[in-house]
Write a protein that binds this ligand. Structure first.
Ligand code: UDP
Length: 329
């Protein structure tokens, strides 16, 4: 059935892809975003409502006016490094802001929520692949803010009947196959867009953070998951979420790629040499993060389409070639 959905943070990278996918499935989709890091160009203008996450009153009115039945919540600060130097910003936006949203949901009697969580809630896991039962030991303020909200969701399900699914993303990457939505962060800190900036001539080389990890080639291994596969999981979660229950699910491809393998894939896709230099390790980087996503496969019927890093990089390269300066291109 057609559902009225509010996508909070729907102008951002993952949120915009999810909003489009959910609208394509026939739902009535509204986007709520303050455009602090999101992009107006990533939204249908007549569907964008500009507002603050912490503004409980406005949120409640939007939920009521549009008869919203389910909310997807993407609005968060998401830089691990920045969260270490500016934790106040992270606790304020990600925790206090989200609590305002949860209050608005209660006030408007909306009982279905899909929440963007992260692998960062696990910190440095003892073993890979990572299941959802792995203890949550975040090592960054960013990871803590997401963990705190996940705990609130458990308590709110129990006390207030809120239904939620927390989706723990591994490394979101790639761009829409249609080529008009993609990654545009300022500053950019993520590996694939940085490597592609070298291919575009926007930077000289890529610095690889550490070459002495206990992995096959000494560089960190990550599980890169395509942003459209994430979008599909949100559509499925929207259908699956039930009032009064709370679930967490990993979203990853279940395949690992090392930093060097990512660079090599970028060389193959772009035809550029892409010089690398090796630098020191980046603080807080675990050697290897690979998802066990069987819960999402079983409970949501989710199956990621992009399973190799090269096909992910191809979509990212198409986006960056056509939008060398992001949405402002
Ligand atoms: N990385 C790197 N050089 C860079 C940016 C990232 O070597 O300029 C590495 C980083 O150490 C990590 C991987 O690439 O092992 C993915 O990093 P990213 O910041 O994209 O995502 P994260 O894993 O931190 O969520």
């Amino acid at each position: 059935p057609r559902v009225n959905v509010l996508v909070v943070g729907g102008a951002g990278y993952v949120g915009s892809h999810a909003a489009r996918r959910i609208a394509a499935a026939g739902h009535d989709v509204w986007i709520y975003d303050n455009l602090s890091t999101g992009h107006r160009e990533a939204c249908l203008p007549e569907r964008l409502i500009e507002g603050e996450l912490a503004d409980r009153k406005t949120l409640t009115k939007v939920l009521t006016d549009h008869k919203i039945e389910a909310v997807l919540h993407f609005a968060a600060c998401c830089y691990v490094g920045e969260s270490v130097t500016q934790p106040a910003k992270y606790y304020q936006n990600n925790v206090v802001g989200t609590l305002a949203l949860l209050d608005a949901l209660r006030a408007a009697e909306v009982s279905r929520l899909v929440f963007s969580s992260t692998t960062a809630v696990y910190g440095t896991p003892d073993k890979v692949p990572i299941t959802e039962d792995t203890p949550l030991n975040p090592i960054s303020p960013y990871g803590f803010t997401k963990r705190v909200v996940e705990h609130a969701l458990v308590d709110y399900a129990h006390a207030y009947g809120l239904g939620s699914i927390a989706l723990r993303y591994f490394n979101a990457s790639g761009a829409s196959r249609e080529g008009n939505l993609g990654e545009d962060h300022a500053p950019e800190t993520h590996l694939i867009p940085l490597v592609l900036q070298v291919a575009l001539g926007q930077r000289d080389k890529i610095t690889i953070f550490g070459d002495d990890y206990p992995t096959e080639d000494g560089t960190c291994v990550r599980d890169y998951i395509h942003v459209e596969d994430l979008a599909e999981a949100h559509l499925l979660a929207l259908d699956a979420v039930e009032p009064g229950t709370c679930n967490a699910m990993n979203l990853g491809s279940e395949h690992g790629a090392s930093v060097l393998q990512v660079v090599e894939a970028c060389r193959e896709v772009t035809g550029h040499e892409i010089p690398v230099e090796f630098g020191p390790r980046r603080e807080g980087d675990p050697a290897e993060l690979i998802a066990d996503a069987s819960r999402a496969r079983e409970k949501l019927g989710w199956q990621p389409e992009f399973t190799d890093i090269r096909s992910i990089v191809e979509t990212a390269w198409q986006w960056h070639l056509e939008h060398p300066d992001g949405y402002s291109s």
